[in-house]
Design a protein around this ligand. Structure first.
Ligand SMILES: *[C@@H]1O[C@H](CO)[C@@H](O)[C@H](O)[C@H]1NC(C)=O
Ligand SMILES: *[C@@H]1O[C@H](CO)[C@@H](O)[C@H](O)[C@H]1NC(C)=O
Ligand SMILES: *[C@@H]1O[C@H](CO)[C@@H](O)[C@H](O)[C@H]1NC(C)=O
Ligand SMILES: *[C@@H]1O[C@H](CO)[C@@H](O)[C@H](O)[C@H]1NC(C)=O
Ligand SMILES: CC(=O)N[C@H]1CO[C@H](CO)[C@@H](O)[C@@H]1O
Length: 333
């Protein structure tokens, strides 16, 4: 369960975009996106060496995804490389420089860039308990991007095996820090239990995180959903052709009952007919419920995935070749 995965509907959802076929179509969901992964690799090497332990994203591939209709890039990176030593330490200028370059490139093309510390609620392997330090960390980060509307803040990737109140407090501290920096963009809180959509209600995330407060009222709850037996995203096989929509039902009801918005921040399936049918069924379900679901973000792309089963990196990744052509139309009407 170490691994996880998009869709949202708001005012911009109907913006017309040119599809690869040249047809003008409107978005069913606010966001159609991709996880960019590599800057968080080498999690045991701090700070690690660029190009050896970790890598940033090939800007050319951003254009290739945008040509496919995508408008959301979830940028994986590690907190320990951005602020080496402690939560309130100064930024590493090179790592911040690379993150900023990616954000400016993506948002300069009119797409959203999600700032996503891939830290599982941990810092140097230890559960973060310094809530005030975490607030400062987020205040410092948000202060670098205070007014770019296309930046989205993801409080942390996949909290797990943590006290539920601590998960609540860290999310609230991130929101408070970001707003204290004067940044007014979307924030995506994540839950405990790897932020699974299928366990959002049963795990207690729903009952706890429903009380998060944002003065800007721009929270979009981020959940992840894989389609294999244990929901971990470690198998190429999917449980059934309807497993994706089934695993979204309880969370969808929670969003509707509580008048909240959600995004599937990670999802994937392997190169086989059952998974592709399950992906289509789940994406249709998200589109049919675009009053509460804002989008879906595929896991994953990045320069170093090679023959990884879910690799969507252009142009050799299995998911780029096989899955993307099958699913992309589900993001448009
Ligand atoms: C990266 O970390 C691993 C595990 O700690 C270690 O064995 C390896 O030598 C490190 N690599 C470098 C280049 O420091
Ligand atoms: C955090 O790191 C900075 C810079 O390395 C240092 O000045 C500061 O004392 C550290 N704070 C703590 C609490 O360790
Ligand atoms: C990205 O990081 C590398 C390695 O630290 C550095 O040489 C380069 O200048 C950084 N790029 C930017 C735009 O800051
Ligand atoms: C996808 O799976 C089919 C059927 O097993 C196989 O023939 C094809 O080579 C696979 N495609 C990729 C890009 O891996
Ligand atoms: C599903 C998946 O592959 N998740 C990955 C998430 O990112 C971490 C860190 O790079 C990987 O270890 C996981 O495999």
């Amino acid at each position: 369960m170490l691994f996880k995965n998009l869709l949202v509907a708001t005012g911009l959802a109907s913006a017309a975009v040119a599809t690869p076929t040249g047809r003008q179509a409107s978005r069913k969901l606010k966001w159609f996106g991709i996880n960019e992964s590599g800057a968080e690799f080498g999690e045991k090497n701090f700070t690690g060496v660029y190009g050896r332990e970790y890598i940033w994203y090939d800007l050319k591939t951003i254009d290739q995804f945008i040509e496919q209709g995508m408008n959301m890039f979830r940028l994986n990176f590690l907190m320990e490389r951005l602020t080496p030593g402690n939560l309130t330490a100064p930024f590493d200028p090179q790592y911040l420089g690379n993150l900023t370059e990616q954000i400016n490139y993506i948002t300069g093309k009119g797409a959203y860039a999600m700032i996503q510390p891939h830290n599982y609620g941990r810092f140097y392997g230890e559960i973060i308990t310094d809530v005030a330090g975490f607030k400062t960390w987020w205040q410092n980060v948000a202060a670098k991007f205070p007014s770019n509307d296309l930046v989205v803040f993801d409080t942390n990737n996949e909290y797990h095996d943590m006290d539920q109140n601590l998960v609540f407090n860290l999310n609230q501290a991130a929101i408070d820090g970001i707003r204290a920096a004067g940044a007014k963009q979307y924030i995506t809180p994540e839950g405990n239990s790897w932020s699974g959509a299928w366990t959002w209600v049963s795990s207690g995330n729903g009952a706890s995180l429903v009380s998060l407060k944002d003065p800007e009222n721009k929270l979009i709850y981020q959940m992840h959903q894989y389609l294999d037996t244990d929901g971990s995203g470690t198998h190429a096989e999917c449980v059934s052709a309807t497993i994706f929509s089934e695993r979204l039902q309880a969370a969808t009801k929670w969003l509707k009952d509580n008048k909240k918005l959600g995004v599937i921040g990670e999802f994937a399936g392997g190169n086989n007919t059952q998974c592709i049918n399950a992906l289509k069924d789940g994406l249709k379900y998200l589109g049919d419920n675009s009053d509460v679901w804002t989008g879906a973000i595929w896991w994953a792309a990045g320069p170093w995935w090679a023959d990884y089963m879910y690799n969507m990196e252009p142009t050799q990744g299995t998911a780029w070749r096989v899955v993307l052509p099958e699913i992309k139309s589900y993001f448009f009407s």
